[in-house]
Design a protein around this ligand. Structure first.
Ligand SMILES: *Cc1c(COP(=O)(O)O)cnc(C)c1O
Length: 949
């Protein structure tokens, strides 16, 4: 590889190895911290690499410092039983967890079907027409519903009314997000009979309430509608199998979490949130929406509908910044419903309701007061001035109860609760009386109000009835993953996404009960192992980025951006500079950047990029001058979204600082920098990192992710905090005082062991070598392919960073073959396409990562070279423009066999352009999908079986 780059003899005269010589060429000298630089000699906080066995042993030791108690706290997180068939075949199966977001629908039909099952499940349980394919968590979904209400409401009011009985983390997040956007939150105690404010654009109720109360919010919804406001309900999906759906009660939007559908608590995440809307609002939905379209043969096929997301996020006009979502967890939750079916879910819910009823009966026998007469799974018990004593006694007995206040204890029952558990918990309330409780016959429907009992049917589609044995379920999961292309089949060279190996050892700990079975609001004493792991990881990430403080709370890159920008906002406000609201963003930036700035209450001003893809320094200086008084921040991506180490980055950051602005460096692509440059050194004040890119967390088919935010010390006081966090202290002794970004204090804590294991097994040296290998691979591909496709941008020495952009516009001009044709043809060759038309239309952005060996890279290069030759054959007239293997790609097996073959090219050309494919070919299940058709005919629930006949 080095020889191809003319570097095999480089460095012979001095101490540099050829790889280091490449890095010297690629990384600007002004920011270089690699080997033989001064910075490289400083001691590292990262311990030297552990072996797999050692890392697992250390994780075991950390795990043993967590205590798995029975979680009866509730507040949006419940014990649940992950069916083993789902744990083994989804959560622990690389065919599911290493897949990418389904932007290439032809090779993603399996996960798209799982997601449409999810959407169908959510829409039917909530009684609304359209659900999206997962939200980051329940509280984020409530915020998105608030924003949706503001967009869709006819009221010009700034008031959003919020149920006093909403989850505390949701109320805290609403406060954070509303403040930045000038929305006024008015809290209303509906249980106490308080009325809605006279003017409002939306109302939000928790159904059932955080206190367990099951009530009928339809009168509240009606009153809201009379004011032109939208009605939002956060609803518990398990409860909805028994009680009237939000849709039937008049809600416009329903949101919530699907955690208790078989997804472990994981100390707060990851879990799939959900959002469903009534008809008429579907085009307002944030996040991803799976729909049904048709392929080139008119066969039904799934795809992402309404292309307003990620790269397509409409920048400063964006309404949401969600990109990475929670696909893997949505798949798990949907499969829980597929496995149990409607009657199974109902049986689980009834069991929970009856057990809660039994507990209430025993507590009433103890002459204790239960706050609400009607509830599903959660009861509030009045225990004047005894709450902490009872909660402590329960903790000693192995149960986590919720200390609401000094006089009130909350207890939540879930599908894991046994009668023995209930007996012991009741015993804690009976303190010292030694009483035991006999069997009681609970009423059939627990304590659910009769008037709110659910009457309508749900989950009637055959998919919720056909996979009810383990054999059938195992085969269904296999049949779906067989339709998909994931990293277990081959390279996914997606620029800006870093689809690297997710090593088995890194994945091992996430299903250990000491990590998976922990409630996010468990007492600090129970989570010492987690807190230590978190502090270590914070310290390691601070070290590699050159920042002082790190928060792991954001559960996606987009949320890290928002947290970072809110920290900048908080800093300006604290300095009396509230007028600093302008955020400069280069035109090439990732779509989430502008969207996050808007959500942080900033005004986006676009900065031009020059013909080399770099920030146009003249335009930047002009914009800084123009906005000198109100400049808040510059958001830049480094290396640039064009995959180049910009030489002028230090000048750029200095210019912003001189004008009193702060610098946000988008660190999603840290894979090009680890060990060679640090954001903190090149002038960044704050960054987010994507642990699901650089730090080995698998993409899961479109999530989960973790987007930590890292900052210099002056911004640390404004990093995310959480009212229910176990510890206020973070690495470096910092206490954070910013708002709430994720529902759980440490975000998706359950998957942090993956990144911890990655860093622990790489060591500082390994991280650096991985960077060099990634940069070498990208430069090698750029070099080998440059004779066939121009490489769009390079640095001063002609090198790219960790990815390269291949310009396909000349090809299109000469041959008529488009980026789309090439991407789909790559499927025939057994590849996932590179990133298409981002950041430049008509291009492919290739990122091989350090994980691909030379054979796989050569296979990719060969495919690209042959595809170029095929396009040339079209231009030369060997194949007609409308009948060649490119425009008809991808080819399904059926399309080759069915009927007569009368194309201008052979079947071998179509399916086996490279002989090696004969021994193991990936067959796409559908032909090219008609994108426009699916948007015109929006269908976002499971189509009837006959559609596939
Ligand atoms: C991936 C990416 C993001 C968004 O991260 P998510 O986790 O998908 O929200 C932002 N910026 C850049 C440059 C990225 O590559």
């Amino acid at each position: 590889m080095l020889a191809a780059l003319g570097l095999d003899n480089a460095g012979a005269d001095d101490a540099l190895s050829p790889v280091e010589a490449l890095m010297r060429q690629a990384v600007p000298a002004s920011i270089y911290t690699g080997p033989s630089s001064e910075a490289a000699d400083a001691p590292s906080r990262i311990p030297s690499a552990a072996s797999e066995t050692e890392a697992l042993a250390e994780l075991r030791a950390l795990a043993s410092r967590n205590t798995v108690n029975r979680p009866m706290i509730g507040l949006g997180y419940y014990g649940t039983i992950t069916p083993q068939v789902i744990q083994r075949n989804v959560l622990e199966n690389p065919s599911w967890y290493t897949a990418y977001t389904p932007y290439q629908p032809e090779i993603s039909q399996g996960r798209l079907e799982a997601l449409i099952n999810f959407q169908t499940m959510v829409a039917e349980l909530t009684g609304l027409t359209t659900a999206n394919a997962s939200m980051l968590d329940e509280s984020t979904a409530v915020v998105e519903a608030m924003l949706l209400s503001r967009r869709a409401s006819k009221s010009s009011s700034t008031v959003f009314a919020v149920d006093a009985d909403a989850l505390p983390q949701t109320r805290a997040m609403l406060a954070t997000r509303a403040e930045a956007l000038g929305i006024d939150i008015v809290t209303v105690d509906f249980a106490a009979g308080e009325e809605l404010p006279s003017e409002l654009f939306g109302v939000f109720v928790q159904y059932p309430g955080a206190s367990g109360r099951v009530w009928d919010p339809s009168a509240v919804f009606e009153a809201a509608h009379l004011s032109g406001a939208l009605a939002v309900a956060a609803a518990d999906l398990l409860a909805l199998t028994l009680i009237a759906s939000p849709g039937s009660l008049g809600a416009d939007v329903s949101v919530g979490t699907t955690q208790r559908f078989g997804v472990p608590m994981g100390f707060g995440g990851p879990h799939a949130g959900y959002m469903a809307v009534r008809s008429g609002l579907e085009r307002q939905l944030p996040g991803r929406l799976v729909g049904v379209s048709v392929d080139a043969d008119g066969k039904p096929a799934y795809r992402l509908s309404l292309q307003t997301r990620e790269q397509h996020i409409r920048r400063e006009k964006a309404t949401s910044n969600i990109c990475t979502a929670q696909v893997l967890l949505a798949v798990m939750a949907s499969m829980y419903a597929v496995y149990h079916g409607p009657d199974g879910l109902r049986a689980i819910a009834l069991d929970v309701a009856r057990k809660a009823d039994a507990l209430a009966t025993w507590l009433i026998e103890l002459e204790l007061d239960i706050e609400h007469r009607e509830f599903f799974d959660t009861l509030r018990v009045r225990v004047p001035s005894r709450a902490s004593e009872i909660v402590a006694a329960a903790h000693d007995a192995g149960y986590l109860l919720h200390e609401v206040d000094a006089d009130t204890v909350g207890v939540s029952v879930d599908e894991t609760t046994t009668f023995t558990d209930l007996d012991r918990v009741a015993g804690c309330f009976a303190s010292g009386t030694g009483r035991s409780f006999g069997y009681i016959a609970a009423s059939e429907h627990g304590r659910l109000p009769e008037a709110l009992r659910r009457q309508d049917e749900y989950l009637t589609h055959p998919v919720f009835h056909s996979h009810r044995s383990e054999t059938a379920m195992m085969r269904y999961l296999k049949s779906l993953s067989d339709r998909d292309y994931a990293l277990d089949r081959g390279m996914i060279p997606l620029g800006s996404c870093t689809m690297k190996l997710n090593a088995a050892t890194e994945m091992a700990a996430i299903s250990w009960p000491e990590f998976a079975g922990i409630h996010p609001f468990a007492p600090a004493a129970d989570v010492q192992g987690y807190l230590e792991l978190i502090e270590q990881l914070e310290g390691w990430l601070a070290e590699v980025t050159g920042y002082d403080a790190v928060s792991l709370q954001p559960n996606a890159g987009s949320q890290g951006e928002l947290a970072g920008l809110l920290a900048i906002r908080g800093y300006h406000h604290a300095n009396g500079d509230a007028h600093r609201t302008v955020c400069l963003i280069p035109s090439s930036a990732h779509g989430t950047n502008a969207a996050s700035a808007v959500l942080a209450g900033m005004k986006v001003v676009v900065v031009a990029t020059d013909e080399l893809g770099n920030v146009d320094l003249d335009d930047l200086r002009a914009k800084i001058t123009l906005h000198a008084d109100d400049l808040s921040a510059l958001m830049i991506t480094y290396p640039s979204t064009h995959g180049v180490y910009e030489e002028q980055v230090v000048e750029i950051t200095a210019a912003v600082h001189d004008a009193g602005g702060q610098v946000y460096v988008d660190g999603a692509n840290l894979n090009a920098l680890l060990g060679y440059a640090r954001f903190g050194d090149l002038g960044g004040d704050v960054s987010h990192l994507n642990l699901h890119k650089t730090f080995a967390i698998p993409h899961g088919g479109g999530g989960p992710g973790i987007g930590p935010v890292a900052a210099k010390s002056h911004l640390a006081p404004f990093l995310p905090s959480h009212p229910l966090a176990q510890s206020a202290e973070h690495f470096g002794g910092y206490t954070f005082g910013g708002g709430v970004i994720s529902a759980a204090p440490y975000g998706s804590a359950g998957i942090l062991p993956i990144s911890w294991a990655y860093v622990r097994m790489m060591g500082a040296d390994g991280l650096r070598r991985a960077t060099a290998a990634a940069v070498l691979s990208a430069n090698y591909i750029a070099e080998r392919l440059s004779a066939h496709f121009p490489v769009l941008y390079t640095g001063e020495n002609g090198r790219v960073a960790h990815e390269c952009i291949l310009d396909l516009r000349p090809l299109k001009e000469a041959t008529g073959i488009t980026v789309d044709d090439v991407a789909k043809r790559l499927i025939d060759y057994g590849f996932h396409a590179p990133t298409m038309s981002f950041p430049v239309a008509g291009t492919l952005m290739v990122e091989p990562t350090e994980s691909e060996d030379l054979d796989e890279i050569e296979r990719f290069i060969e495919a690209m070279v042959m595809i170029k030759a095929e396009a040339d054959a079209v231009a030369a007239g060997r194949w007609p423009a409308d009948d060649n293997p490119l425009v008809h790609a991808p080819h399904t097996a059926v399309s080759l066999i069915a009927g007569e073959w009368n194309h201008a090219y052979s079947r071998e050309d179509a399916a086996y352009p490279v002989h090696a494919l004969v021994t193991g070919k990936y067959w796409p299940p559908v032909r090219r999908i008609d994108q426009a058709y699916g948007d015109r005919n929006l269908v976002c629930a499971c189509p009837p079986v006959e559609a596939f006949a």
